[in-house]
Design a protein. Structure first.
Length: 367
């Protein structure tokens, strides 16, 4: 007799949301986590009294009130507004691209002046943009592209912008107002207790095994539950039978500094190609901290190699074709479901992950 209704592989946001919904229905869940902690990439920890995002900045935002209400049942959220700053060789520019950015770059004051310059530069691209470089110029012109997009993006993805699909920049905000709020979403903030506490509340009541690699003991684990919810890399599940999908990886270097304020902003992007890291995160500014010390994290992009932690799917045409093969295999399984960034091979925000997990829960568990 199987001891669990659901075996959930991964304790990140997708797995935790599904576990919560399943246990609300009285289902018994076993969560298997490869890392030595729960929470996946949203894991937070306290250092010097500061909530630190170990795997990069996670700012929760959504315009979907249902998703917002779902998350705020687990924690109060503060009123943090994401207003990052771009550092190009010592020149600082406000993000997203707005009138503060354009005023600094061209000395303009009025929206019509900025629009005129951008429209002139946009004329360089005729027809539908064929790659990321053309898409960027099509959206904001060459000046902004060269200083604030090109180097950062090429570091992040490890490819020339001309080799990347235009679709990567679908989220690029451009505004002709003096507004440094990066997101347009109705709801935005950081959980006051950190994301780890939210995950712990979601999975309370489930059995959890940390430091356990499901794929290396798949046959043993599968005997323990009726249904598997798998949030790891889909190609790893099928033992890379069609070849590995491509990902980008990240490396984080965190330091405690004996100063109350290092850079004055939570996120500073370094947009030149020469600086090896893409950004520095100063965690205390997410929570308006007044501690005597500060904690900063350098974020380095890197090529992904087998055995390393994958972060971003490189969902270009070549990888999408390969993913389609894996997806077809997945759809042929009756008791295994795939979810999350890696399981669905999609570039998800947190709100996307939650929606996807809730949708799967409704499909399997009913309303």
């Amino acid at each position: 007799m199987r001891g669990y209704d659901f075996l959930i592989v991964g304790s990140g946001l997708f797995g935790a949301v599904f576990a919560y919904m399943a246990m609300k229905k009285g289902k018994k869940c076993l969560i298997v986590e490869k890392r030595d902690h729960v929470g996946g990439n949203v894991y937070t920890e306290e250092i010097e009294g500061i909530t630190v995002h170990r795997y990069g900045a996670h700012i929760f935002r959504t315009s979907d009130k249902m998703v917002w209400n779902f998350m705020t049942q687990f924690s109060e959220f503060n009123n943090f507004v994401n207003s990052p700053v771009a550092n190009y060789k010592g020149e600082l520019y406000n993000l997203p691209f707005n009138m503060n950015t354009f005023s600094k770059m061209w000395g303009v004051v009025y929206p019509r002046e900025a629009r005129k310059i951008i429209e002139q530069q946009q004329g360089e691209i005729n027809g539908q943009p064929k790659n990321l470089e053309e898409q960027a110029i099509h959206l904001v012109g060459r000046d902004v592209y060269e200083k604030l997009i090109k180097g950062y993006t090429e570091k992040q993805w490890g490819r020339e912008c001309k080799e990347l699909p235009a679709s990567i920049l679908r989220r690029l905000p451009v505004r002709y107002t003096y507004d440094n709020n990066y997101f347009n979403d109705r709801y935005q903030g950081i959980p006051e207790e950190g994301y780890t506490r939210i995950i712990e509340k979601m999975i309370s009541g489930a059995d959890v095994e940390l430091g356990s690699d499901y794929n290396s003991m798949k046959s043993e684990y599968d005997k323990q539950a009726d249904v598997v919810i798998y949030t790891g890399a889909i190609d790893a599940y099928f033992d890379y039978c069609f070849g590995p999908l491509e990902y980008r990886s990240l490396r984080f270097e965190t330091k405690v500094l004996d100063t109350p304020n290092y850079q004055g902003v939570a996120v500073m992007n370094f947009t030149d190609r020469e600086t090896p890291y893409t950004r520095i995160i100063e965690h205390k500014h997410f929570i308006f901290g007044m501690q005597s010390k500060t904690v900063i994290t350098y974020e380095y992009p890197s090529e992904w190699h087998m055995g390393e932690e994958p972060y971003y799917p490189i969902n270009d045409e070549k990888n999408q074709q390969k993913y389609a093969q894996y997806k077809e295999c997945a759809e042929g399984l009756t008791n295994v479901f795939f979810g999350g960034r890696l399981g669905e091979y999609k570039y998800y925000d947190m709100q996307d992950t939650i929606k996807s997990a809730l949708k799967l829960a409704q499909k399997i568990l009913g309303k």
